[in-house]
Design a binder for this molecule. Structure first.
Ligand SMILES: Cc1cc2nc3c(=O)[nH]c(=O)nc-3n(C[C@H](O)[C@H](O)[C@H](O)COP(=O)(O)OP(=O)(O)OC[C@H]3O[C@@H](n4cnc5c(N)ncnc54)[C@H](O)[C@@H]3O)c2cc1C
Length: 259
């Protein structure tokens, strides 16, 4: 099986994230870059499927030069090789433009199964997997909490309000995964050393036959026109219990129509 796992480098959620005035894009240099949380589960799922059904795991990442760190981390978990789409023209791409670049790369790399995280921790649009399936003309099975491969079909379990749905589609397909689908393995020392020698192919837009006009801010359907910092959290209300604490709390909640 040819399994491609999508890995996005995102700002570490522990660090302060800033938007660049004027462009409204994220100041990625201002924070440490880490593998998007759900993509670690996607990598683990890809490795488990390859171990169970044979085949190779390729990491595919669209990002600036420093995304190479996250690609190496993914390779050290056990993936076989990687593709890094790196081009200054991609900066400022929205989800639509990003999906066009990823779809072009997938067309070149080839795949039986694409595994993505259900969403990123920085933008959280959660639409890229669906956009990819549409562009590639293949089925998509999203927000999987369990994945099974049976010959040329893939079946996922997706949590729903009433329990879960079981959905099956024929390969090739795009799936996205949720946390708790598995327990991502930690890279071993042997894995970290081996990752240094694993092939990483670096591709620019021209290598993918994607014009610069269809990427970046120019190729995007959305534009960040303005942004404002979140207001500082207001100080909480302290309720002094002089035997009437319960009533005061109830009054506080009723006033705010919580009850
Ligand atoms: C604060 C902020 C807000 C934004 N708001 C919007 C918006 O409202 N609309 C919009 O169109 N764009 C928006 N963007 C831009 C958007 O983040 C990028 O285009 C991004 O690459 C794709 O969107 P996403 O991260 O939300 O993807 P999601 O759909 O949330 O990502 C799902 C999965 O797709 C894969 N994936 C996503 N991006 C990449 C990548 N670059 N390389 C490899 N795999 C990837 C990963 O597996 C990821 O887990 C925003 C960016 C920021 C920083």
């Amino acid at each position: 099986m040819n399994i491609v796992v999508l890995v996005k480098q995102v700002p570490d959620t522990e660090s302060e994230r800033r938007l660049v005035p004027g462009s409204g894009t994220l100041d990625r240099a201002a924070a440490d870059g880490v593998i998007n949380e759900l993509d670690e589960f996607a990598i683990e799922e890809g490795l488990r499927i390859a171990e169970a059904h044979g085949g190779e795991v390729t990491i595919l990442s669209v990002g600036p030069a420093r995304a190479a760190e996250s690609i190496r981390k993914a390779l050290s978990m056990g993936a076989n090789k990687a593709v890094h789409v790196l081009d200054d023209e991609i900066a400022g791409s929205d989800a639509l433009a990003t999906s066009a670049v990823i779809a072009a790369a997938l067309g070149q790399v080839g795949f039986d199964l694409v595994i993505a995280g259900a969403e990123s921790t920085d933008a959280r649009t959660g639409v890229v997997p669906a956009m990819l399936a549409e562009r590639l003309g293949v089925p998509q099975l999203t927000q999987a909490s369990k994945v099974d491969i049976d010959g040329s079909s893939v079946t996922v379990r997706r949590m729903s309000d009433d329990g879960y749905d079981v959905i099956t589609a024929s390969l090739p397909a795009v799936i996205s995964v949720l946390e708790k689908i598995n327990e991502p393995r930690y890279p071993s020392f042997k894995g970290i050393m081996a990752a240094k020698k694993k092939p990483v192919q670096t591709l620019a837009l021209a290598d993918l036959g994607v014009s610069a006009e269809s990427a970046g801010a120019g190729g995007s359907a959305t534009e960040v026109t303005d942004f404002a910092a979140r207001p500082p959290r207001a100080a909480g209300v302290v309720v002094k219990d002089e035997g009437d604490g319960g009533a005061k709390v109830a009054g506080f909640l009723a006033e705010r129509k919580f009850i």
